[in-house]
Every structure is written in structure tokens, then in C-alpha cells.
Design a protein around this ligand. Sequence first.
Ligand SMILES: NC(=O)N[C@@H](CC(=O)O)C(=O)O
Ligand SMILES: [Zn+2]
Ligand SMILES: [Zn+2]
Length: 345
Amino acid sequence: MSESITIRRPDDWHVHLRDGAMLEAVVPYTARQFARAIVMPNLTPPVTTVAAAQAYRERIRAAVPDGMTFEPLMTCYLTDNTDPEELRRGFEQGVFTAAKLYPAGATTNSDSGVTDVTNIRQALEAMAGIGMPLCVHGEVTSDDIDIFDREAVFIEHILAPLLDDLPQLKVIFEHITTSEAVAFVERAGERVAATITPQHLHINRNAMLVGGIRPHAYCLPVAKREAHRLELRRAATSGSPKFFLGTDSAPHERHAKESACGCAGIFNAPFALESYLAVFEEEGALEHFEGFASLHGPAFYNLPVNEETVTLERRAHDVMDRIEIADTELVPFHAGQSLDWRFAG
Ligand SMILES: NC(=O)N[C@@H](CC(=O)O)C(=O)O
Ligand SMILES: [Zn+2]
Ligand SMILES: [Zn+2]
């Protein structure tokens, strides 16, 4: 039984860092473990221009503690009115690494998202032409589609036709939660990959609903049945380069989650690597951990792998119930549980 594991320093290919006091509070957790991160643009107002992304990138850099190195990779929030030239300019200037498709109304701060993908056809065509990847929150939003079916229906109605229409477009199907998504990504060509969060590898929908309603297990896409979780675990630990790490760490103040209408999002940044590593160990797949965490993402995004390394040690520890920040609190993923591995730097 190995007592420590050392891998190339990983990156987080999907994270919410927020802004203001929350940004200051959460950036150190991500910067401590990850060299780079794809930063989600769903601020209020959303990050829709090169100038806004540059300014946000500076605020993130300023929040990185002395002695840590961390590079935020910025994304452009697509709307019905996105100007293809703005995307091209941002990508060519090295400001935008990718653009993000939020179907309008699908998740937190997605009200300005895209109401119909035909509205962004020209933007997507421009992206396909310059090799700019599209990050996708893959859920339909129609009232008549059950929330547990929204990812599977998105594949059939939106994603598959989109990929047929634009054979050059690179797509990251983010935070996948279903066996349908796993199967789709496995069958798709090399230009399609997926990120998987720690929570969707650890919990199924019972964690949210059995023995009381547990808002800290609620995120979008919502956790599904056990059979889906097992497929996600198989895919993540398989060694396939199509699957890589994206925490979707999404902090919301405790009171906003513990509410009659609680916000979607799980704050997993404090012990993200420990959480993933537990899964790889349970699945007997430690040899694939580095690929998932540190190699497959850069390969898909055409970026160099990180030269530094990080080490995790087998050292059981309890996860705190709460983290105090400014004048509020966050509840981390795994709160009150024990984890076997500990990030050692
Ligand atoms: N995952 C979530 O449940 N929430 C995210 C948005 C998102 O990634 O869909 C957030 O910004 O809070
Ligand atoms: Zn999302
Ligand atoms: Zn997210």
C-alpha cells in the first residue's frame, strides 16, 4: 500500500472563483493545489468581453497569495448577441482560452445565456475556424423535461446535432453526470472530451434526499442514480484521455444554500485532490490518477503539461464543518467526514 503519491502538478478545468470578498477567500484553495484553472464567467454581470476578462484575470491574480503560482485561464460567456470578432480577438490575444455555453436558465447566473444555439451559429463557426474550444453546461431547460433527464435530452437535441453541424468545433462536455454522457463522449471523435467533478464520483441522489434534504449535496447538473455514478467512476479511472479533472467548485454562502430555495453549487476546492484520489484508490486505479488530473486536460487544450509536481500523503484527517470567510461561512464538500489522503504540497 503506497504511503504517498507524487504527480505532475494538476490543473482544474472548471472552477467558479466569484468576485470581491468571495474571490479573495476562495482563490487560495484552488491556487494551492492547481497550477492553472479554467475560470467560469458566470459573474453578475457575466464576463462577455475581452476587457472584462482581462480585468477579472487581474483581480484573480491579485488574490493569489505570495509564494503560490497560479494562472487563471479565462472564458467568455456566450449570449445570443456574442460578436464572433470579440471571441476571435480575445482568443488571439491570449485572453480567452475558451468560450462557455450556458443554456439560458440552466444554472446559477445563466439568465443571460443562450436561448437557442442557432443564435450563436456564427460565433461557433468562428471558434471552430480558430480552434477555440467550447465549454458546455449540457442541460436543456424546458419545463416539460424532468430535471433528472435534462442532460440526456441535451445530448440528443442539442449536442449531437451541434457536433454534426460543426465537425471542427472542439467541445468540452462539462461536469457530466450520466451514463448517457459517458457513452456519448466515448463514441464521439477526438474533439470531444468531458470533465467530471469529485461530487459526482462520490455521491448519488440519495445523498441529497435520504434522511432529510441536504442542500450541501445539491449542485447542477443534479446528482443522479447510483448506476450513473458507477459509470462516471469507470470513465474517470479508465485512463481514457477523453475524461479529465474539473472540480466545478462553486461556493455559495451557507445561508444561501440552507434556504427555502437553496443555490446550486458545491464548494470542493479545499480538498479537491484528496477527494479525487480517494476515488482512484477505491477503484484500484492509482496509476491513472496523474493522467486524469494532470495530463489529459493540457493535451485536449493544446497546452504544455506542468513541470512541477505535487505530493499527497496517506494521512487521515477530518474535514471541517465550516470555513469562515469575511462575514459569512462556506460549507466544504466532505464536511464532517474523514479523508485518507492529505495534500502535502
Ligand atoms: N454547478 C453548480 O451547481 N453551480 C454553478 C454553476 C454551474 O456550473 O452550473 C455555480 O456557479 O454556482
Ligand atoms: Zn454548469
Ligand atoms: Zn460550474
